[in-house]
Design a protein around this ligand. Sequence first.
Ligand code: FES
Length: 103
Amino acid sequence: MLVCHCNLITQKDIEEVVVSLLEADPWQLIVPAKVYHTLKKRGRCCGCFPNVVDTIIRVTEEFHRRAGGGETEIVPFLDRVRGLRGQYGSIGHEGRRTDHRAA
Ligand code: FES
């Protein structure tokens, strides 16, 4: 599934990059800019970022669930990762201003 129409980036591309970044450092905070930089791309309209954040959260949760580890480390880390939603918006936002009107 195509996630970023500006750069032609698929869901699978993003998932693979997030896993490779987590394999390099499981406790790093991955943000959309880091994913796009790894893919040698840049956010243009950034309307895809909420979907990218949701993918980062899902893949990071799955990665740490598979890896196991202590709940005391994982829970605060995943709270930080989920906090990205506040930074980059939700799926319904799509990068539009609040006063945006379509027609
Ligand atoms: S849709 Fe991804 S930058 Fe525009």
